[in-house]
Design a protein around this ligand. Structure first.
Ligand SMILES: Cc1cc2nc3c(=O)[nH]c(=O)nc-3n(C[C@H](O)[C@H](O)[C@H](O)COP(=O)(O)O)c2cc1C
Length: 212
């Protein structure tokens, strides 16, 4: 029997999507699914961390208006017959990130037409608008879109937003005994979400192997 093949195209700015994908891929591969991974590379990425509040605010505004961030051409390995395509990345000001938007504009049709695509989203809290934008763009490019796989940061507000801003500004408080750390153990996703990503990988693998 020929192996089932999954293409994962991803962008990750602060490595959260990447870490979740690592577990997800482990889940797929544990069921003998062949995975091809393609990282989207912006030509001029945002600095990390942002050096000033002004630069961060500007990025928030630009991304709200869905400013494209030009990427390097994707590699030839992406063109092929895939049983599923996973398009993964963070939410930026309610939308897909600039590099993913550029990917969809320039390579979306070539790679996603006639494919079944699963969006994979990492965000602080709000992802629905992001998903709808992806769904519309992918469908316009001739893809079928399945339910997204979504991971939100597992901490209550207002700590979650404060933690995100501190992280993006490179000012995260790291002292274990600090007052802030009692409310905010760390930026991004936690171990349970990593295991959840692995379970999702296995779930999709089983679906593919049973011919769904
Ligand atoms: C410019 C910018 C805008 C963001 N806007 C949102 C947002 O609107 N909603 C949200 O839930 N998270 C937002 N985030 C947080 C990221 O989606 C979140 O931290 C995600 O886990 C980062 O994934 P990554 O490390 O793969 O880039 C934003 C992050 C950045 C850098």
């Amino acid at each position: 029997m020929t192996k089932k093949r999954v293409l994962i195209i991803y962008y990750s700015f602060t490595q959260q999507t990447k870490l979740q994908l690592k577990q997800f891929i482990a889940g797929l591969e544990s069921c003998e699914i062949e995975v091809t991974l393609e990282r989207i590379e912006p030509i001029h990425p945002y600095e990390f961390p942002f050096r000033t509040n002004y630069r961060l605010a500007l990025a928030m505004i630009e991304t709200f208006f869905q400013r494209r961030m030009e990427i390097q051409p994707v590699s030839a390995q992406c063109i092929g017959n895939w049983d599923r395509v996973i398009l993964a990345g963070p939410t930026w000001s309610y939308h897909p990130s600039g590099p993913v938007l550029d990917f969809l504009d320039r390579f979306g049709r070539e790679i996603c037409a006639d494919k079944i695509v699963i969006p994979f989203i990492s965000c602080r809290s709000y992802w629905r608008w992001h998903y709808r934008t992806l769904q519309a763009r992918l469908q316009k490019n001739g893809a079928s879109v399945e339910e997204p796989i979504v991971f939100t940061h597992p901490i209550r507000e207002p700590w979650r937003i404060i933690g995100l801003v501190l992280q993006l500004r490179g000012k995260m408080i790291r002292r274990d005994k600090s007052w802030f750390r009692k409310h905010y153990p760390g930026y991004g996703h936690n171990k349970e979400q990593g295991l959840e990503a692995m379970r999702k990988g296995k779930e999709i693998a089983e679906k593919l192997l049973s011919g769904i």
